[in-house]
Design a binder for this molecule. Structure first.
Ligand SMILES: Cc1ncc(COP(=O)(O)OP(=O)(O)O)c(N)n1
Ligand SMILES: Cc1nc(C(=O)O)sc1CCOP(=O)(O)O
Ligand SMILES: [Mg+2]
Length: 214
């Protein structure tokens, strides 16, 4: 799938604990029907084969909504399943290596919480950057606080689109106005909500207003 920065507006990232017994497929479909524009399969508790099975079933759902499916951490799952891309952090495969093995048509995202790392990600062939933790988060134990001012500096330093991640919720999305982001990446405020579809709907409206104005 050809990458377009509008795909980033509401980037929903799965979480086994948030979803609980509601089911991965059901929860992702709820997020997409509420307006999530891109999905990241982030499941650190399963082996390669299980991750591939999860990716296979999510791909069918994402294709129904024309939304890309990105795999967290694992480029081999992208190759095996035909998922749309991979998201890699500083402790994962090098972005340049991922570009080499996945080719130019797959979507590659990189985490960067400094201007230097963001520029390096851009030079290494990343399509977008995830920067955080813009607010406090309980979802990722080793996330470090970034804040909106640092986020704004990163957005201004690179030519590729940036998504804000970490503690993003309906209450604080308006604080991201004028940061220059192209989207918000959200775990618990979507998949931890009682009603995933309506949570996504509300977040999408707020995100669109920050990104596109209005
Ligand atoms: C969109 C987006 N941004 C940042 C991250 C974090 O990636 P990473 O630093 O590799 O941490 P883990 O998610 O692997 O724990 C992300 N996943 N998505
Ligand atoms: C996956 C992830 N990466 C982060 C980073 O700072 O790079 S914060 C984070 C978790 C975001 O979850 P929630 O929306 O529930 O706060
Ligand atoms: Mg990672």
């Amino acid at each position: 799938m050809k990458f377009d920065k509008n795909m980033l507006a509401l980037y929903a990232i799965t979480d086994r604990k948030c979803i609980g017994d509601r089911g991965l497929e059901y929860s992702v479909e709820q997020a997409l029907s509420g307006g999530a524009t891109m999905i990241q399969l982030r499941d650190k508790e399963v082996d390669f084969d299980t991750l591939c099975k999860e990716a296979d079933s999510l791909l069918k759902i994402c294709q129904k909504y024309s939304a890309p499916l990105i795999i967290n951490d694992n480029a081999d799952v992208v190759i095996k399943t035909g998922a749309d891309g991979v998201h890699l952090g500083q402790n994962d495969m090098e972005l340049a290596k991922a570009r080499e093995i996945l080719g130019k048509d797959k979507i590659i995202g990189g985490s960067a919480r400094t201007i230097e790392l963001a520029k390096k990600a851009e030079q290494s062939g990343a399509d977008y950057i995830g920067s955080g933790a813009v607010f406090g988060t309980l979802t990722k134990a080793d996330a470090k606080y970034l804040g909106t001012e640092n986020l704004k500096k990163i957005c201004g330093a690179v030519g590729i689109p940036v998504v804000a991640i970490g503690g993003v919720s309906a209450d604080n999305i308006p604080q991201l106005e004028n940061c220059g982001i192209s989207g918000v990446a959200v775990v618990s405020a979507i998949f931890g909500a009682d009603n995933i579809c309506s949570a996504a709907q509300k977040l999408r409206k707020l995100a669109d207003s920050v990104i596109y104005g209005g």
